[in-house]
Design a protein around this ligand. Structure first.
Ligand code: ADE
Ligand code: ZN
Length: 349
């Protein structure tokens, strides 16, 4: 690279995606293709009409459309195709590993069995690894607007598939559904030896971030940006090196942080919090991982060194072993150096 170009270095950098809902990667084109395949009539005339409906005032207005579109996912083949399409896009963005949420309770409501969902998704993961070289892992999310008893029933249904589940999470409408509502089922997941994560501090208050750590025993917080409202909590997140899986375009489109120039990511980074950048529901929010990085960079330009930290954090925060993390972090640093983006302290040596 003759002239150092940070944008090109960022696009080509190896990365881990830690916050992607596979149902949120269902593009309008695929929604219509699967509707046709499964004989389902959608309440939208065409792809353009569905895209035009992607105007959100808050998290719930998005969830209403997101859950409605999952109606087209019926067979294992549907889930496999969805996964493979996501992994192709992830690979194009430099993603080498993705830890991928899925919402089995949404599918169970329509009579789609856990075996169908997990069977299709894992077949997609295998094919994605073969075709695109991206490794993937599944995180089963409980829906927090439903009861803990329903989450416990879902966990029972998941037990035969534990080998294919890397961890458990918590998503859906946050306001009024505090982490403490799921303390027993999360304890059960931890007792099974599985890591747990939770959405917290997206629309909900900073106290939910605290509770996700203290009550649920999470090892990562999804979103977590409202922690910025509690300086003592920010300090604690930094001291714990508790990762936050931040999703800038999601925050913008769901009006959590409508102006990215005021997004708390740079402040959290400056405070020493282990922040990462991710895509959440890219088919609904205007872009995949590299689009999120580009949107941050356009709104609040960060230095190469800051980006090296953020992307390195994505490896650090992954559910992989230390040797794997260290090997990729070294490759990542080499990629920055080869692009003329060596950190200043290394360049002056
Ligand atoms: N499910 C899919 N996307 C979500 C988000 N951003 N917050 C909570 N639940 C979700
Ligand atoms: Zn999410």
């Amino acid at each position: 690279m003759a002239i150092a170009d940070l944008g090109a270095v960022l696009r080509g950098a190896p990365k881990v995606e830690l916050h992607i809902h596979i149902e949120g990667s269902l593009e309008p084109e695929m929604t219509f293709a699967l509707a046709r395949r499964n004989g389902i009539t959608l309440p939208y005339a065409d792809v353009a009409a569905l895209r035009a409906a992607q105007q959100f005032t808050d998290l719930q207005s998005f969830l209403d459309l997101y859950y409605a579109c999952t109606a087209v996912l019926r067979t294992a083949e549907d889930f496999q195709d969805l996964m493979l399409a996501y992994l192709a896009r992830a690979a194009a963005d430099g993603v080498v590993r993705a830890e991928i949420f899925f919402d089995p309770q949404v599918h169970a409501e329509r009579g789609v069995a856990m075996a169908t969902v997990i069977g299709g998704l894992t077949a997609g993961l295998r094919e994605g690894q073969r075709q695109h070289g991206v490794e993937g892992a599944l995180i089963l999310c409980f829906l927090r607007h439903l009861s803990e008893a329903e989450a416990e029933q879902t966990l029972q249904q998941a037990l035969p598939f534990l080998d294919q589940i890397a961890g458990f999470g918590l998503d859906s409408g946050e306001a009024g559904n505090p982490p403490g509502k799921f303390s027993r089922v999360f304890a059960a997941c931890r007792a099974l030896g599985k890591p747990v994560v939770a959405h917290a501090g997206e629309e909900g208050p900073a106290a939910y971030v605290r509770d996700a750590i203290d009550v649920l025993g999470v090892q990562r917080i999804d979103h977590g940006i409202r922690a910025i409202e509690d300086p003592a909590l920010v300090q604690r997140l930094a001291a714990l090196q508790m990762p936050l899986t931040v999703c800038p375009l999601s925050n913008q489109r769901l009006q959590v942080s409508p102006d990215l120039r005021e997004h708390p990511l740079p402040q959290l980074l400056a405070a020493g919090v282990c922040v990462t950048v991710n895509s959440d529901d890219p088919a609904y929010f205007g872009g995949y991982l590299n689009a999120n990085i580009a949107a941050v960079q356009a709104a609040t330009p960060l230095t190469a060194h800051q980006w090296l930290t953020i992307i390195s954090n994505s490896f650090q925060a992954s559910l992989r072993d230390d040797a794997w993390k260290a090997a990729w972090q070294a490759r990542l640093a080499a990629h920055f150096a080869e692009g003329g983006m060596l950190p200043a302290e290394a360049r002056s040596r």
